[in-house]
Design a protein around this ligand. Structure first.
Ligand code: ZN
Length: 260
């Protein structure tokens, strides 16, 4: 079984609707033999990849799709937190994602505290966008480990492994059992060119051997391809059992997915 724990709707093309984007995504899941996916909305309105409300509407009757909550702490009001709380309670979101780097905010920003507390309350993870040469300033794992120190019960998923500095990210996060990694974007040509394929493979292999429950499969589709991410995981020198954990079991546990 394959669960892609990090996807976005394809960018809405001219004259097309978000429902068309959803169909495109579902078609791609079929092509790549992916059984389930977690779709991450944007945290701004009128986005080409859909806002939280739009994505929630679109997946309503789609058994293969789950949704992550998103928040814009610079704009969203208190009521948005209440809404995320409700969505967690009713099982309509399986995590919350924040975008330091896309936005000029640091994970240690005090305005994020209630978001972390909400994740702890529901025992579901916060997913943090990381990496990139310029954006990395905002999402450096040195800030993320501070969040772990403040909230030892909080489960944190580092998306994109802080590329290109994957070895540094591995080293600094090593003592933290509640830090998880998704593999999204790591098979992307640009990310490989910036980081080095061997370094990516070595770091993922090491992480999965040390902490077999802490790596989850993700792709960053539609910005990135699904098949090359599957091939990346398959290329790692890991047992079938660990690969199965990465491809599906860890995600089911971490995001408490109720598969239908
Ligand atoms: Zn993404």
């Amino acid at each position: 079984m394959i669960i892609d724990s990090h996807q976005h709707l394809p960018v809405r093309r001219e004259g097309k609707t978000l429902a068309d984007s959803r169909q495109e995504l579902l078609h791609e899941l079929g092509e790549c033999k992916v059984d389930y996916a977690i779709v991450i909305p944007d945290n701004v309105p009128n986005s080409e990849i859909g806002s939280l409300d739009e994505v929630l509407d679109l997946v309503e009757n789609e058994k293969r799709l789950f949704v992550m909550g998103t928040i814009n702490i610079r704009k969203d009001k208190e009521s948005h937190l209440l809404k995320l709380d409700r969505l967690f309670r009713t099982g309509r979101i399986v995590a919350i994602k924040i975008f330091p780097g896309h936005e000029p905010i640091y994970p240690t920003d005090r305005r994020l505290e209630p978001v972390y507390e909400l994740c702890v309350k529901h025992d579901l993870p916060i997913v943090i966008h990381t990496g990139g040469r310029k954006q990395g300033k905002y999402n450096d794992p040195k800030f993320i480990v501070k969040i772990c120190d403040r909230h030892p019960e909080l489960k944190i998923v580092i998306a994109h492994y802080f590329f290109p500095r994957v070895e540094y990210c591995h080293e600094i996060t090593r003592p933290y059992e509640n830090i998880y990694f998704d593999t999204s974007a790591l098979a992307d040509d640009g990310v490989i060119a910036a980081t080095g394929l061997q370094k990516i493979r070595d770091t993922l292999t090491l992480t999965a051997r040390e902490r077999p429950s802490n790596v989850v499969f993700g792709t960053d589709y539609a910005g990135c391809g699904i098949k090359n991410h599957i091939a990346l995981i398959e290329s790692l020198e890991l047992s079938r059992e660990i690969k199965e954990r990465i491809f599906s079991k860890n995600s089911i546990q971490l995001f408490k997915l109720k598969l239908k």
